[in-house]
Design a protein. Structure first.
Length: 247
């Protein structure tokens, strides 16, 4: 890729990822492989991807607060349990070899493709919430933090599943909590990549502009009829990239 065309592609892919991340997650399954294909080593691609995610989540949290969705301080408390795992995961990500990172990423992408076509329970609409989650919830937060610090791809699905299962709250609040928790653990994880010189700021900010654009569009557009088409196109793209990562 020439540098200018790389930036255009990253902005476009970032826009799609931002759009997807607002509704559930999985955007990094597109952005991370594209950064690798753009010529970055896996650790630098992983670190660079965090820039877009941090800015996107800040934008998303601001949008939720304007809609007067409550629970910021509760989510912040939950997020603290993800930090140790996220730091450990980020260090592990830097140490793992390029080849093994690509293989793990490819396997995870195939898993996400399968999850795209799995029927999900979307009936959660209650404003009630389990105020005292058990110890297994906090253990899940530590593990989610490790996974997010390590590879991030698909962490939104894992986090939403954990929050919805243990807290028994509305999906809207689950989405809000997800954004806060990911933002909190992402900062120390990103510092690990920064101190190890594993961030490309130009490509990262270009992708971040795309992510924020896609997130803004998603916040103002209600997509229903196009959901099936989006799933098939996204699945095809991820399968192609997963195969390329294995080759």
């Amino acid at each position: 890729m020439e540098y200018l065309s790389t930036e255009i592609i990253l902005f476009f892919v970032g826009s799609i990822a931002g759009f997807l991340n607002v509704f559930a997650g999985g955007g990094s399954a597109l952005t991370l492989p594209v950064l690798i294909f753009a010529g970055l080593d896996t650790a630098t691609a992983n670190g660079t991807n965090r820039i877009a995610l941090i800015l996107q989540n800040i934008s998303g949290i601001s949008s939720f607060k304007k809609q007067k969705i409550i629970g910021f301080h509760i989510a912040l408390k939950y997020a603290l349990f993800t930090i140790p795992g996220a730091i450990a995961g980020a260090f592990f990500s830097i140490q793992i070899t390029h080849e093994w990172f690509e293989r793990i990423l490819a396997v995870i992408m195939v898993g996400i493709v399968i999850s795209l076509f799995k029927k999900q329970n979307r009936s959660g609409d209650s404003d009630s919430e389990n105020k005292e989650p058990n110890i297994f919830f906090y253990i899940s937060m530590v593990l989610v933090g490790f996974y997010g610090g390590f590879i991030q791809v698909g962490v939104g699905f894992l986090l939403m599943a954990s929050l919805f299962h243990f807290l028994q709250t509305s999906l809207m609040r689950v989405n809000y909590y997800k954004l806060i928790i990911v933002l909190v653990y992402m900062i120390p994880a990103m510092l690990v990549f920064l101190f190890n010189d594993k961030i490309n700021w130009i490509l990262g900010l270009t992708m971040a502009a795309g992510n924020m654009t896609g997130a803004w569009i998603a916040a103002h557009v209600n997509v229903k009829k196009g959901d099936t088409l989006i799933r098939y196109v996204l699945a095809a793209a991820m399968i192609i990239m997963a195969i390329k990562l294995f080759i």
